[in-house]
Design a protein around this ligand. Structure first.
Ligand SMILES: CC(C)(COP(=O)(O)OP(=O)(O)OC[C@H]1O[C@@H](n2cnc3c(N)ncnc32)[C@H](O)[C@@H]1OP(=O)(O)O)[C@@H](O)C(=O)NCCC(=O)NCCS
Length: 315
């Protein structure tokens, strides 16, 4: 990120880079010079990678992002996803428009990524050799941990977190949890429900088992949803508007943006009806469906969520 002018000048000469965002094919013979340029700029990891890349038979590309624009190549798209999962860029702070149509479906297998048109032949070859080619998923995105394992996280079922997820230190993702690309957690969180693309969860919040948060990629939802700090989305609950700090949604209750909510004062008296979207980002609210009347009610949340530290500090 933010390379020095000297490094840019060196790479410009070696890789004949001209301007703007570019994906440049690199030959093994250029790798030594690239490694020297990175090491001279004190970018040891990139330098060591370039040295190893020289011995690889894989196609090599150098991706230079001079501006944050919508990705124009698959390599640019994957670099941006990596930047998010490496925690070098936060979801929403980097332009990913058009990424979905840019990437194509790939079989992510125990023998590496395989283009779908080649898959059937590769499976036959494997079978004839007495082996199994295991296809982990057919998707545009690989699972994050095959490329990046951010420090201090616990992920019970790694297939549930896609490359491009932003998983902060202290976060635990249990088996039912899911984090899409361009989404994630701002701090220690317990994730046992689904975080769709575009959604960020505040520090100390808990997404209960099987809980659902409405996304914006399909189904027409336009409102970008988030959850503040120390909030709880109960087991099997659902959220369709931005929830503030120290809020709770009762287990099993789905509150969409248009849901009409009866407001209760401290004595439990009804004081009005509002749409949930009007309560966006407001703190200290408890939402429940009254078990006798069926009304969805909002009252002051007296108990802010406290994560079970035992489950997070040892990540
Ligand atoms: C909504 C919720 C937070 C309420 O919990 P709570 O504040 O501890 O509430 P309590 O069960 O102590 O009940 C307090 C009072 O509210 C009443 N109450 C609670 N839920 C109610 C409901 N849905 N309808 C009517 N009354 C309700 C209780 O009957 C009790 O009444 P009382 O004062 O007359 O005795 C809780 O039921 C819940 O859903 N928690 C989510 C937990 C979860 O899913 N965690 C994730 C695990 S994976």
């Amino acid at each position: 990120m933010n390379p020095s002018d000297e490094l840019v000048a060196s790479l410009t000469t070696i890789a004949t880079y001209t301007e703007s965002n570019n994906t440049i094919e690199v030959h093994a013979s250029q790798c030594d010079a690239i490694a020297i340029a990175f090491i001279s700029a004190d970018q040891q990891t990139a330098g060591q990678f370039a040295i190893k890349a020289a011995a690889s038979s894989q196609p090599l590309v150098l991706v230079i992002l001079a501006k944050d624009e919508k990705p124009r190549s698959i390599a640019e798209g994957f670099l941006k996803l990596q930047l998010i999962s490496q925690r070098l860029a936060k979801p929403h702070c980097i332009i990913l428009d058009g990424l979905f149509s840019l990437l194509h479906n790939i079989a992510w297998t125990n023998k590496g990524p395989i283009d779908l048109p080649e898959l059937a032949a590769r499976q036959i070859d494997a079978r004839l050799a007495g082996e199994t080619l295991t296809v982990y998923c057919v998707d545009k995105f690989p699972k994050m941990v095959d490329y990046i394992v951010p420090a201090g996280v616990r992920i019970a079922d790694t297939s549930r977190v896609r490359l491009g997820a932003y998983v902060s230190e202290g976060t635990t993702v249990m088996h039912e949890g899911f984090i899409n690309f361009n989404a994630g957690t701002q701090g220690a969180s317990m994730v046992e429900g689904r975080i769709p693309s575009g959604v960020m969860i505040g520090n100390g919040s808990d997404i209960g088992g099987g809980a659902s948060i409405m996304g914006t990629l399909s189904g027409g939802g336009q409102l970008v949803i988030s959850i503040g700090e120390n909030s709880l989305l109960g087991a099997n609950a659902g959220l369709g508007f931005p929830l503030g700090d120290r809020c709770t949604i009762e287990a099993g209750l789905y509150v969409t943006a248009g849901t009409k909510v009866t407001m209760l004062d401290a004595s439990g008296t009804e004081v009005g009806i509002v749409k949930a979207r009007d309560l966006a980002d407001k703190p200290d609210l408890l939402f429940r469906r009254h078990s006798v009347t069926g009304n969805i009610q909002c009252l002051t949340n007296k108990l802010a969520t406290k994560l079970n530290t035992e489950l997070h500090v040892h990540n």
